[in-house]
Write a protein that binds this ligand. Structure first.
Ligand SMILES: [Zn+2]
Length: 494
């Protein structure tokens, strides 16, 4: 499904919901109202809401279970937020000026050097749409954990908790905690900061926990899976040239591509790239060459010497690439590709000698176009030999790092878990960054307000001037944030 189709489908769902909502409200007024009141659901234009007060008691119970520990934890939250606040403003300024001062030609040519950029995550644009469910679940989890932070901290500071809910804006879920704002504003600065910074703190802790779990996922899952010993084929697309009797199959366990050892998905991709950059050459014995050589007079087509009958597709023209001048074989030989790869003593290059266990051979390299190479995919069972572009393999074969030790375990479980953790890290730290910047409508606005107000009042600045400074800081940061988003939209659309 493409992104516009997804947006359309969500729009249709909203349309159907709003239609039935109006219909039931006019026809079955009382039962439908009772249903809405009982469940806490509300249907609004392009928005769904769920609100409950049922969690209030549980949250109060939890908050009062170990108040001292939680208070200390929220103190840490205030310290870390106060450290992150100036850092986030510096990052915002830096991102703003570096993205707006970057010309288009610099964007495309800035290959080298370290480059840091704040990127806005949009499913279907900067994130694959087939991972939309990870996107939505992690956004919901991070948002709920954030709001629970505010709720628990508020209970500890004796601020009454009014309710908890989730709003779905079009398709984006956002959790919310409703507090008694008058009582919150009446608190002293540090206690107020505990409540305001608790959301950011919870996201920071969640992000660190998810990151630690992600870093240790390989040893943690080691009892179920073989790790760093190859890759497991999870899916082969229908149009893949690798499908077929002699091709790859789902469940294959791949250990090597040509002479490149495959340990995990990263090395799988780098081995495919390596195969394209350096076409392989093979050590072949003279007896094999003499027995199978079917060479025709050498002709050069498109700069590549040809020595095979064009009708025999299974054969390929090989060139001797060793240093010896006196040869007992021709410079160019036409050999059956599959058999030559399977019968080779070992892989070779210009610099390596073609001898192995008292077997002497000649280093021969198949003469192929730049976009074609030979891949010998070493798996459990018979090796797969493929001649073509490695990009076709990259695009149409999905592999996993996790090779199940038992038959009833699938690599999908470990893959989904690590992907979920990766999203959780990104969203948790993303929410920390978004909420810590003193931008209009976010936690950072209130946090900066309290901090600046407190510091300025200590310096003897009058209330009116204090409010003006806070307003200017918020407007300035909001302007930078809007500027960054605008730049991102321009880059995305043009
Ligand atoms: Zn918050």
């Amino acid at each position: 499904m493409s992104f516009p189709v997804f947006i359309f489908v969500v729009g249709v769902i909203h349309g159907v919901l709003i239609f039935f909502d109006s219909f039931f409200k006019s026809c079955m007024h009382h039962p439908y109202r009772a249903f809405l009141d009982g469940t806490g659901f509300t249907v609004k234009f392009l928005r769904l809401e769920w609100y409950t007060t049922a969690l209030n008691r549980t949250l109060v119970k939890f908050s009062t279970s170990s108040p001292r520990l939680l208070s200390k934890s929220f103190d840490l939250g205030v310290y870390s937020t106060l450290l992150l606040l100036p850092a986030s403003v510096v990052l915002l300024l830096w991102s703003f000026f570096s993205t707006w001062s970057q010309r288009e030609d610099e964007v495309s040519s800035s290959g080298g050097g370290v480059k840091m950029e704040v990127e806005i995550l949009v499913p279907g644009v900067t994130l694959p749409l087939d991972e939309i469910h990870y996107f939505l679940v992690t956004l919901l989890v991070s948002s709920v954990i954030h709001e629970l932070g505010h709720a628990v901290a508020a209970v500890l500071e004796d601020v009454p908790l009014l309710g908890f809910g989730v709003k779905v804006y079009y398709f984006l879920p956002v959790a919310l905690t409703e507090l008694n704002s008058e009582q919150l504003m009446g608190l002293r600065a540090w206690r107020k900061l505990r409540v305001l910074c608790a959301g950011v703190w919870n996201n920071l802790v969640l992000g660190i926990v998810a990151l630690l779990l992600l870093q240790t996922s390989k040893p943690l899952l080691g009892w179920m899976y073989h790790i760093d010993r190859g890759v497991y084929v999870t899916e082969i697309e229908r149009q893949s040239p690798l499908l077929g009797v002699r091709g790859l199959q789902t469940g294959d366990f791949i250990k090597r591509i040509n002479s490149c050892e495959v340990r995990d998905t990263d090395s799988w991709y780098s081995c495919l790239l390596e195969a394209l950059k350096h076409q392989p050459a093979y050590c072949l014995g003279s007896e094999f060459i003499h027995r199978h050589d079917e060479s025709t007079p050498v002709e050069t087509v498109d700069g590549i010497p040809r020595c095979c009958d064009p009708d025999t597709a299974a054969n390929g023209c090989f060139e001797y690439i060793g240093e010896s001048d006196i040869l007992e074989i021709p410079q160019h030989v036409c050999l059956p590709i599959r058999l030559a790869v399977e019968s080779s003593i070992k892989y070779c290059s210009m610099d390596t000698k073609c001898s192995h266990n008292s077997l002497e051979g000649f280093c021969l390299k198949p003469l192929l176009s730049n976009s074609t190479t030979i891949l010998e995919i070493v798996r459990k069972g018979r090796n797969v030999i493929y001649m073509g572009h490695p990009g076709d393999v990259y695009r149409t074969v999905r592999v996993s790092n996790f090779i199940p030790k038992l038959r009833y375990i699938t690599p999908q479980f470990a893959d989904s878990l690590t992907l979920f953790l990766r999203y959780l890290v990104v969203f948790s730290f993303g929410l920390v960054l978004v909420n810590v910047i003193p931008c209009y409508g976010f936690d950072g606005q209130h946090i900066a307000g309290v901090v600046l107000g407190h510091q300025l009042s200590r310096l003897g600045v009058k209330a009116q001037r204090r409010d003006l400074v806070i307003l200017l800081v918020t407007v300035f940061c909001t302007f930078l944030q809007i500027g960054l988003i605008t730049r991102f939209l321009i880059k995305m659309l043009f």
